[in-house]
Ligand binder design. Structure first.
Ligand code: DQA
Length: 150
């Protein structure tokens, strides 16, 4: 399986570091991207890192990943709780899908407790802050390593 991983970020994550830092922390999305790139190098993964506030752009990147990538790590932001279209796109992707949330959504408002994306995700990370991205990439690398050995 391809060792290319799409790391996708949904709406408002461009404001990471400025937006509700008591919930999402002080690291910016650029910091998260830099951390992902360093770790991906150590794990032998290639990454494409994207953020959009537009649902269709996330869907287009998922379609792009279908052609080339072995895994998607996605923090869909609020689209997690609303988007059947993102679920449908992920269902059309055959590789590994990890759903990653910075905050512990289960400790928050009840509307955050349901995730459409979880119906497809192979694993879910929530409440580990921005460290969740690193944990997600480590899990992807493990699953790709296991698949290569099988
Ligand atoms: C989030 C949790 C979502 O409920 C919220 O809408 C976000 C960020 C997280 O990373 O904790 O935008 O996905």
């Amino acid at each position: 399986m391809s060792r290319l991983v799409y790391v996708l970020n949904g709406p408002n994550l461009n404001l990471l570091g400025k937006r509700q830092p008591h919930i999402y922390g002080s690291e910016t999305l650029a910091d998260v991207e830099a951390g992902c790139r360093t770790l991906a190098g150590e794990l032998g993964l290639d990454i494409r890192f994207h953020q959009s506030n537009r649902e269709y752009e996330l869907i287009d990147w998922i379609h792009e990943a279908r052609e080339t990538a072995g895994a998607i790590v996605i923090n869909p932001g609020a689209f997690t709780h609303t988007s059947i279209a993102i679920l449908d796109a992920l269902n059309a992707f055959e590789g590994i899908v990890i759903e990653c949330h910075i905050s512990n959504v289960h400790k928050r408002e009840s509307f955050r407790h349901h995730s459409y994306v979880s119906l497809r995700a192979d694993g879910v990370v929530a409440g580990f802050g921005t460290q969740g991205y690193a944990l997600s990439l480590r899990r992807v690398a493990k699953l790709l390593d296991d698949a290569a050995k099988a």
